[in-house]
Design a protein around this ligand. Structure first.
Ligand code: SAM
Ligand code: DTB
Ligand code: SF4
Length: 325
């Protein structure tokens, strides 16, 4: 994908004004921009697999996998064969991309050799590969590139001003440095954040500004609605109004016109109507499969039914209405 390199620089104020547009104007504009760059009825499907669950040494307040608070147990890394089997099943169910996630602050050398094998084998299935393994150094970034990794996911999570309320074990610059390495190595960048963590509107706009002002901005932008899990510090965070979630999708679309904007975590709790509004607002990617990393996602059957109801289809498929032409 060829993103503009001399992109517009967005101020937080400008982005905040987009959030404050009348809802209909915002969504209409975002849908127009979507149509300039994408088939508005095609949705990119990524399936996630947690290849190493729990026991993480970071203290991210939203996460079930941090060893700082009660959550999931620390499990050992999956075997390469198990990962390839899950990727094949995801492919058979219609996913185009397979994303391997690990609860690490950063991978060790030993971790890296297993992950490199996984990336090579998943890619050999003919799927796009993505990994999210924490911070990377130059050597690890290069190892992933050579293995054929297509995307690296590393989220900024929130605005720099709010970040310290959520995470204390690494700073914002660490995240930006890893993203810079991934970009320089020539891999696609997948980076987004979480809303509904108690951030205010300016901070929500601040997250979008950070993402949109990367030059170039990420090819893939996951927008997660916080999944509140018992035992995590954010278990009692106040819910974001669903229409404000839809607005966040629209603002991501307007500021990053050519990015795949992914309607990410939080879909299981979302009605079909809110999801449909997210697609109207420019979301064109979802996590597909019954499980995210440690929490649930809508079942494949529910997603297939939703796509059918909306006349949408997986990006990899030809538009059914045009089939046979
Ligand atoms: N450990 C690596 C890291 O943090 O970069 C990779 C895995 S981590 C679980 C990937 C991303 O999942 C986080 O950056 C965060 O944006 C998202 N995430 C984790 N827990 C979440 C939750 N409870 N609700 C919404 N998003 C969540
Ligand atoms: C992203 O932005 N969201 C995904 C993926 N990238 C790695 C993870 C969502 C995790 C939701 C909570 C869980 O299942 O543990
Ligand atoms: Fe660890 Fe990633 Fe969870 Fe943070 S989000 S605690 S780095 S697994």
């Amino acid at each position: 994908m060829n993103l503009e390199t001399s992109a517009k620089v967005w101020s937080v104020d400008e982005i905040e004004s987009l959030f404050k547009l009348p809802f209909n104007d915002l969504i209409f504009h975002a849908q127009q921009v979507t149509r300039q760059h994408f088939d508005p009825n095609a949705v990119q499907l990524s399936t996630l697999l947690s290849i190493k669950t729990g026991g993480c040494s970071e203290d991210c307040g939203y996460c079930t996998q941090s060893s700082f608070h009660a959550g999931v147990e620390n499990k050992k890394m999956l075997e390469v064969g198990e990962v390839v089997k899950a990727a094949q099943a995801a492919k058979d169910a219609g996913a185009g991309r397979f994303c391997m996630g690990a609860a690490w602050r950063e991978p060790s050398a030993e971790d890296m050799s297993a992950v490199v094998e996984m990336v090579k084998e998943v890619r050999a299935l003919g799927m796009e590969t993505c990994a999210t393994l924490g911070m990377l150094n130059d050597e690890q970034t290069e190892q992933l590139r050579v293995a054929g990794l297509d995307y690296y996911n590393h989220n900024l999570d929130t605005a720099p001003e709010f970040y310290g309320n959520i995470i204390s074990t690494r700073d914002y610059q660490d995240r930006l440095d890893t993203l810079e390495r991934v970009r320089k190595a020539g891999m696609h960048v997948c980076s987004g954040g979480i809303v509904g963590m108690g951030e205010n509107l300016t901070q929500r706009a601040g997250l979008i500004a950070q993402l949109a002002n990367m030059n170039p901005y990420p090819e893939s932008v996951p927008i997660n609605n916080l999944v509140k899990v018992e035992g995590t510090p954010l278990a009692d965070a106040e819910d974001i109004d669903p229409l404000d979630f839809v607005r966040t999708i629209a603002v991501a679309r307007l500021t990053m016109p050519r990015a795949y904007v992914r309607l990410s975590a939080g879909r299981q709790q979302m009605s079909d109507a809110v999801q449909a509004l997210c697609f109207l607002a420019g979301a064109n990617s979802i996590f597909y499969g019954d499980q995210l990393l440690t929490t649930g996602n809508p079942e494949v059957e529910r997603d297939r039914a939703l796509m059918d109801k909306l006349g949408m289809y997986p990006l990899a498929d030809k538009c059914p209405a045009m089939a046979g032409e």
